[in-house]
Write a protein that binds this ligand. Structure first.
Ligand code: AMO
Length: 427
């Protein structure tokens, strides 16, 4: 059919087009055959439209299995149906891709399938508008994040995902044969992003990272996307300000554009300001609800759940004990047992981790040793700290986890197209 490149999308159809000839494309979701005529429900990436078929086009439509892809030509006319303003009176109907039944899942969502089954047929699952809206929202979230960071003079970079030594310490590292040497998959861009502030000052990267974590939870994957940013001459609380702005702009844009309104209303309760609670304060709060922890203890899921009840929604936990943080996090001058660090939480869920970085070569080297890491493996990184390294701070935001919060799911696999975990390597 001609003019398919000038197709009209379902969401574009409106009363001002009545009488116009249009070409549309999409998949057949339903066909209501009422004798001499039939009403086909066609869905495309923007929504559904009603197509009226009769005579020859009705006979063709009746033979087409649901979910098959069609190209249709016809005239826009007013519809008699109560909830449909305009419809297409079909003159030509072309079957483009036939769907072979039985299909593995019902992408209309009328018949529910398990998440596993849906992930096995992810391409088809994405025809379900509730599912595709997660990924449309994700794209919008990314656009918002990029706009905010670029407006603050950050430039977007790409650092290697194939690396020669660990970025976050030796644990959880995937290794593989790299031309007779051992290569690793990057756990984070941590070392590169710090090195880059030397010449570029403010950078961000949005990319996939890999952790060989044998976790079986709703929030860990072996491959996840992180939004990392790093800036020279900013303090860790400046980074928290940027995180706060990112979260508030993301929520504003998402709630304007999608149906995740209920969540946005919840966020409005805290007025765009995210509470900042020190680790020490958290211990006090937890103790008051019977959870007694010593300074230096990590906060377990159970403790974080309790904190989440005290601080519903987003909250920062800052000034963590130095011993709980990686070697690159700077200590407080007044008390080296406390670090200049923060996490952003949503209830029990950790979304962001960041802090001010150690920028002194000798201290950084000795911290590697203290944490049981071999400084020789970090020589390419360490040497950059002898070339005039500015003070700097930054953070990493788990995009897929943020999507869990925005869409109200407790399984990260819902927010990733093709999730990778201990069980899942295909499709
Ligand atoms: P961290 O290890 O805390 O910090 O990771 C940053 C954020 O990434 C997300 N995340 C994950 N998401 C899904 N599956 C996983 N297995 C997974 N692991 C982490 C979380 C987490 O908060 N280099 C530091 C960041 C920095 O200091 O700049 C880092 O990687 O949302």
């Amino acid at each position: 059919m001609e003019n398919i490149n000038k197709r009209t999308f379902a969401a574009e159809l409106n009363s001002s087009m009545v009488g116009k000839q249009v070409t549309i494309a999409g998949w057949l979701e339903d066909l209501r055959d009422i004798g001499k005529i039939g009403f086909a429900s066609i869905r495309d990436m923007t929504g559904t439209l009603q197509a009226l078929v009769s005579d020859e086009t009705l006979s063709i439509a009746k033979e087409i299995p649901r979910q098959s892809t069609l190209i249709i030509q016809g005239k826009v006319q007013n519809s008699r149906a109560k909830n449909v303003k305009v419809e297409i009176k079909v003159t030509k109907l072309l079957l483009v891709g036939k769907a072979l039944h039985p299909l593995p899942i019902d992408p209309t969502g009328r018949v529910e399938s398990s998440l596993d089954k849906r992930l096995d047929s992810r391409a088809l699952d994405l025809r379900n508008p509730c599912v595709s809206s997660i990924f449309k929202t994700k794209s919008k979230v990314l656009q918002t994040i990029r706009n905010v960071l670029v407006s603050k003079k950050f430039i977007e970079v790409h650092t290697p995902k194939i690396i020669g030594s660990a970025t976050e310490g030796g644990a959880n590292l995937f290794s593989f044969d790299y031309f007779k040497r051992t290569g690793y998959l990057a756990q984070s861009p941590q070392l590169f992003k710090e090195q880059l502030v030397l010449g570029l000052e403010r950078i961000f990267e949005i990319g996939p990272y890999f952790r060989a974590e044998p976790s079986h939870t709703g929030r860990h994957l072996s491959e996840f996307v992180s939004v990392d940013f790093e800036a020279a001459y900013l303090e860790y609380y400046d980074i928290m300000d940027i995180v706060e702005e990112l979260i508030s702009k993301v929520i504003k844009n998402v709630s304007e554009a999608t149906h995740y309104q209920s969540f946005a209303n919840g966020y409005n309760r805290i007025d765009g300001k995210i509470p900042r609670i020190s680790y020490q304060q958290c211990l006090g709060e937890l103790s008051s609800v019977g959870d007694k922890l010593e300074f230096g203890d990590d906060l377990s899921d159970a403790s974080l759940k309790k904190l989440g009840e005290i601080y519903p929604g987003f909250y920062f936990i800052l000034d963590w004990p130095t011993k709980l943080k990686p070697f690159y996090i700077l200590e407080q001058e007044q008390n080296p047992e406390i670090s200049k660090s923060f996490d952003l939480q949503y209830g029990y869920l950790e979304l962001v981790s960041g802090g001010r970085r150690e920028h002194n070569f000798d201290i950084l080297r000795s911290k590697l040793v203290t944490q049981g890491l071999n400084p020789d493996l970090f020589s390419d990184h360490l040497k950059t700290f002898e070339w005039g390294m500015p003070i700097h701070s930054g953070c990493g935001l788990g995009l897929d986890r943020l999507m869990m919060v925005l869409t109200g799911t407790n399984n990260i696999r819902e927010t990733v197209l093709y999730p990778r975990d201990t069980e899942r390597l295909n499709p």
